[in-house]
Write a protein that binds this ligand. Structure first.
Ligand SMILES: [Zn+2]
Length: 205
């Protein structure tokens, strides 16, 4: 594993400002990576230091009195605990959808308020995805196999980050097993070619 999340992405993860799908991709990498733990601790400490440097905010008038009054009231009933599935194993319970020869997709999280979605994509060795650009960010973690594009090659555990600047045609490397990637995207793909334009409306990416 040689490719890790950027400092900006780790900082955003530590600050809790990444879209949920992107956070799951980072968490998946962190579970596999021994190297990023120290950087995450640093990012969290940096976030804390930034908070400490911020000027204190004025309390609303009467806020203290309202808090003190609330202490005397009976506690409201605790909301039922609701655990949000947050690991690939918990999320990957659907079926693989055929999208093109040698390519399957399992949607994990639909596009939400943050305009982000999470998918698993499975590509047979040697197969290339249709070339495409992006209107938003793309964060990928390789779970199995390997793929390559103009930015380099990515193996299990590696993170690939892209944005509006990225225009690529990822190809699964012939390493003897399908390449399975966890992909968080915001925005839409800009498909090139008839195959991509055919697949895009079917898949909704
Ligand atoms: Zn790492």
């Amino acid at each position: 594993m040689t490719r890790h999340p950027s400092e900006a992405t780790l900082l955003a993860y530590a600050a809790g400002t990444l879209p949920v799908p992107h956070g799951i991709v980072v968490r998946t990498h962190l579970a596999l990576c021994g190297d990023c733990g120290g950087n995450l601790a640093l990012a969290t400490a940096l976030g804390g230091a930034v908070l400490e440097e911020m000027p204190p905010a004025e309390l609303a008038p009467g806020a203290l009195a309202r808090v003190l009054a609330r202490l005397d009231q009976p506690a409201p009933p605790a909301p039922a605990p609701r655990r949000v599935p947050s690991t690939v194993a918990e999320l990957a319970t659907g079926r693989w959808w055929w999208i093109a020869p040698g390519m399957r997709l399992m949607p994990l999280l639909k596009r939400g308020r943050d305009d982000a979605r999470l998918d698993l994509i499975r590509v047979a060795p040697g197969m290339a995805l249709p070339g495409h650009g992006h209107t938003g960010t793309e964060l990928t973690c390789v779970l199995q196999g390997a793929f390559g594009d103009a930015t380099g090659t990515y193996h299990a555990g590696d993170i690939a980050e892209g944005d509006e600047e990225l225009d690529h045609q990822p190809t699964a490397l012939a390493v003897g097993q399908d390449c399975i990637c966890l992909i968080a995207t915001t925005g839409r793909l800009r498909a090139h070619g008839w195959l991509a334009r055919l697949v895009q409306p079917l898949v909704g990416v």
